[in-house]
Design a binder for this molecule. Structure first.
Ligand code: CMC
Length: 423
């Protein structure tokens, strides 16, 4: 027998039976029986805003799959560009499709020189690279006005290639400007991750070279951050996309949401926390302050994962590969001890708070030489692939503009008082 629930309106005694399909019930039935009774769900903890086939997050069991493929397998065998293709197309590419995809991305990495000089270099010298990133991506919409034709799937794919190709260039340009270093042009002979490292760190050498373990670690971090169901920034992308806004503005809006310390800004916040703790003897007082509600243990907890975040496990392992090249990060010991203390403390255990993706990623980024304020930008480079996959999925669904209701709790009608009569 198919599973269902029955809703009864106790005011009238009327009932309606609603089937449970794929773990959800259709709110249209609720609307039909109970017009103007709104389902109050701030933060969408109980609301599925869409159906989606892009990534599956099973928080109870600590599972993440992109298009059905476990994140552990993709982390072991794939590359970020292959994962981006998978997210966008739904299938892994054939060798021919992969080569064309990599070629197309590699040949769209440049940004217009005047745009970079006149627009990007007009920021204050110490502008946060994430602020520069969101503004520059939004400004690209003025540069590619044809992107507004979102109904043309070929045009859509052209903008997608541009975005995936250009986000590392924009990100690195912001960082170099912020550090007072000259811009480094993309190098088409390098793979995606190494090219980004080159744009970040190249000084005067003719061709940038780095230990392959560094490129691989960065690629792995991009893979693990590429998509994650209907998180805050992806939901932002879908809400903005539902208004049929162009893709540059959609990605900029999503990146704004990622900027916050509760979301993609957490990796920077983790490093600041580790610095503040500084040594073993400060761990206990810090944990005490967390338990007293004075601060949060950054990099811990997740709305969906109530078990170990599978991405955190992959990243923790990758950290050791990087440290073999760079030498250990002194903050690693504090992070490991902090994790041990928290995982043995009832406050965290009872609330099912475990390390999330951001707990160890910052340590790797720092050891690789990335400035702390670039960490969220790195997250944005990876998540652009996921945001775009959801944007395409949204446009191919029979979607209406996102327009939640509210439960109004303000004043009832009152009469305007002229300012002279107000005391
Ligand atoms: N440190 C201490 N207590 C916490 C933490 C934390 N990191 N996270 C949750 N709690 C407590 C919270 O105080 C509450 O306790 P009580 O029931 O006594 O009031 C309980 O756990 C439930 O917390 P919540 O705020 O209702 O949980 P949420 O699902 O709304 O928040 C979260 C999820 C990720 C925003 C939150 O866990 C948090 O702020 N973590 C730190 C920031 C962080 O690491 N963010 C990165 C998330 S992963 C990257 C991404 O996908 O964006």
């Amino acid at each position: 027998m198919p599973e269902s629930i029955t809703i009864t309106d106790n005011r009238t005694g009327e009932s309606i039976e609603v089937p449970i399909v794929d773990g959800g019930v259709d709110a249209a039935a609720w609307r039909k029986l109970l017009p103007n009774v709104w389902f109050l769900d701030p933060s969408f903890s109980t609301t599925a805003a869409t159906t989606s086939a892009v990534s599956e997050v099973d928080g109870e069991n600590g599972i993440l799959r992109y298009r059905g493929y476990p994140i552990e397998q993709l982390a072991e065998h794939s590359t970020f560009l292959e994962v981006a293709y998978l997210l966008l197309h739904g299938e892994l590419p054939t060798p021919g499709e992969y080569d064309k995809w990599v070629y197309d991305i590699t040949h769209h990495t440049f940004i217009h020189e005047r745009f970079r000089k006149r627009f990007m270099e007009s920021f204050l010298h110490d502008a946060h690279p994430m602020g520069m990133f969101v503004s520059t991506i939004a400004a690209l919409s003025t540069f590619y006005p044809e992107a507004k034709d979102i109904d043309d799937s070929q045009n859509r794919m052209h903008q997608i290639v541009r975005l995936i190709a250009k986000v590392p260039t924009v990100a690195a340009a912001g960082s170099r400007f912020n550090s007072g270093l000259p811009f480094v042009y993309p190098d088409n002979n390098l793979d995606f991750a190494t090219n980004f490292l080159s744009m970040m760190f190249k000084i005067a050498e003719p061709t940038y070279e780095c230990d392959p373990a560094m490129s691989r670690a960065l690629d792995l971090l991009l893979i693990t951050h590429a998509d994650h169901g209907q998180n805050c920034s992806t939901s932002t992308a879908r809400v903005v996309g539902s208004a049929h806004t162009d893709p540059y503005s959609v990605i900029a809006a999503a990146a704004c949401s990622l900027y916050g310390p509760r979301h993609g800004g957490a990796n920077q916040a983790v490093m600041e926390m580790l610095y503040e703790i500084g040594s073993y003897e400060n761990i206990d007082p810090f944990i005490k302050a967390v338990k007293a509600g004075e601060t949060r243990l950054m990099g811990f907890g997740h709305r969906v994962y109530k078990n170990y975040d599978p991405r955190a496990r992959i990243i923790k392992d990758a950290a050791y590969d990087v440290f073999e090249v760079t030498g250990s990060n002194p903050l690693l010991d504090i992070a490991l001890k902090l994790e041990e203390v928290a995982l043995g403390d009832d406050y965290f255990v009872s609330r099912r708070l475990y390390p999330n993706v951001d707990f160890y990623s910052g340590l790797i980024y720092q050891s690789m030489g990335f400035p702390t304020d670039m960490f969220t930008v790195l997250f944005a480079i990876a998540r652009t692939a996921g945001w775009l996959a959801h944007w395409v999925e949204l446009l191919e669904q029979d979607s209406r503009i996102a327009r939640p209701r509210q439960v109004y709790t303000g004043s009832t009608e009152r009469t305007y008082t002229p300012i002279t009569e107000r005391s």
